[in-house]
Each structure stands twice: as structure tokens, then as C-alpha cells.
Design a binder for this molecule. Structure first.
Ligand code: 8X3
Length: 254
């Protein structure tokens, strides 16, 4: 039986690049997200290009019942997930905390923390039972540092860090690896979503520098999941060369 991987938020960005990387490595892939058409296009591409099987689960990860119902539609052999990539996540808004939109806070908390927990809660017992598996959580530089107006987004990524550590400790006796990847600036839909579709504002985040690409992060996940059985990469913190941390970014003038 071929190995199975599940990637959340696979319809774009890091999730999509990761799904491609997994298929290239011979995994059958469960791709999840909200946008069915995009997932179907990706599924077709992966099956044709890499000769693997793809299972599509459409759900909004913020809704526990949707996540559980989708999981329950999976045939038993598909539930034997070897690699789980908890990628689905977003930033909504960039506001001073005293002016923050409470809806934005809830969206981020529900997606980045609760959503990650909902899907993990279904898959961890399977990994524990099989005494095999690897969970890769997408954290962020925002999980290490807090920057002005990043407040709740940073809080959710700090929570991901704690959850990663908690998973690693609790799954330790069961041979399950737990890793995280913590990127700085990656040019995906991230900033467009953060700024609610304002493409100009989103572009300006990456003005004058070369940001990371989704594929750069997929490359790192590839390295993480292809280490020998006795090696676990706990965390990789990765920045564009033009970024030192959340505060120092070098921009070339046009
Ligand atoms: C995304 C990186 O610096 O915009 O997680 O918070 S940052």
C-alpha cells in the first residue's frame, strides 16, 4: 500500500505546493479545503502528473461537524494517514489590538488553532494505534515574535507552537514524529487575505525584496519528512534573505 498524506488548505499557496511535493514523492494525497473546484483541478493534475491517487475533502476547517463528517466519508484504507500537514491558516487584518475586529479574531482563532485541533484529533489516534506517523504544523515567525498590530495572529501562531510541543511530548511513546516549519515572508494569498482582497496593500508587503515562495516551504517539508526513522526535525525557522526577523527587513529602492 502506498503511503498516505493529508494536507489542509491545499487549494493554494504552501498547501498546494506541499500537495504537489507529496505526490512527487509517491504519496497518495488527501487534499482538503473550502474551494472544491480548485481542489478538483489540483487532484486531476496530481493523478495525471504523478500517477498517485487523490481524495478530495471539502470542508471549512472552522466547523468541527464539517471536519468530522468529511473524515467519516473516507474509506478505511485512506484513514491510515502517514503524514499530516496542518497548513490551513490565515491572518485577518493588521490592527492595533484596541481597534481589532472581533470577527477577525474569531476567524483566526477558529482556523489556526481550533481547526488544526479538529483535524489532528481525528488523525492522532490512528497514528498512535499504528505507532507510525508524522505531523508537520505550519507555524510562523509570528509564533516566535510578536509585532505591532500582529497581536491575535501572533497569539494563534504562538498557540500552534505550544500545540506542536504538546503533541510531540504526548505522542513520544508512540513513535509519531511532530515537526513545525516557521516561515517569515512568503508570497502567497496570505497578504491578500489579511488585507481582505486589497491587492495593492498586499503587494506592498513584499515591495523591494524577494520573498520566499510556497515551493521553498514545500522543499523544507520534503526534507523534514524524508529523514531516517530515528531523526526528527523539531522546527525550521526560515526567512527570505532580505528578512532578519519580524522587525528588520531590507528593501531595495526602485
Ligand atoms: C506570516 C509571516 O511575518 O506576516 O506568518 O507574520 S508574518
Amino acid at each position: 500500500m502506498r503511503k498516505k498524506a493529508l494536507v489542509t488548505g491545499a487549494s493554494a499557496g504552501i498547501g498546494l505546493a506541499t500537495a504537489r511535493m507529496l505526490a512527487r514523492n509517491g504519496f497518495d494525497v488527501i487534499i482538503t479545503g473550502r474551494r472544491r473546484q480548485r481542489l478538483e483541478n489540483l487532484g486531476q493534475e496530481l493523478e495525471q502528473e504523478y500517477d498517485v491517487s487523490v481524495f478530495i475533502l471539502v470542508f471549512d476547517i472552522r466547523h468541527r461537524d464539517e471536519v468530522e463528517n468529511a473524515w467519516n466519508t473516507l474509506p478505511e484504507e485512506w484513514k491510515q494517514v502517514d503524514v499530516l500537514v496542518n497548513n490551513a491558516g490565515l491572518a485577518a487584518g493588521l490592527d492595533y489590538i484596541y481597534e481589532g475586529d472581533v470577527e477577525d479574531w474569531e476567524t483566526m482563532i477558529d482556523t489556526n488553532i481550533k481547526g488544526l485541533l479538529y483535524i489532528s484529533r481525528l488523525i492522532m489516534p490512528v497514528m498512535k494505534e499504528r505507532r507510525q506517523g508524522h505531523i508537520v504544523n505550519l507555524s510562523s515567525i509570528a509564533g516566535k515574535e510578536v509585532y505591532q498590530r500582529g497581536n491575535i495572529y501572533c497569539a494563534t501562531k504562538h498557540a500552534v507552537e505550544a500545540i506542536t510541543k504538546g503533541m510531540r511530548i504526548d505522542l513520544l511513546p508512540y513513535n509519531v514524529k511532530v515537526s513545525s516549519v516557521s516561515p517569515g515572508m512568503v508570497e502567497t494569498e496570505f497578504s491578500v487575505v489579511r488585507f481582505k482582497g486589497d491587492e495593492q496593500k498586499a503587494k506592498s508587503v513584499y515591495q523591494g525584496l524577494e520573498p520566499l515562495r510556497a515551493e521553498d516551504i514545500a522543499d523544507i517539508i520534503e526534507f523534514i519528512i524524508t529523514r531516517p526513522a530515528h531523526v526528527n526535525i523539531n522546527d525550521v525557522l526560515v526567512m527570505p534573505t532580505a528578512q532578519a526577523n519580524s522587525f528588520y527587513v531590507h528593501r531595495e529602492q526602485d
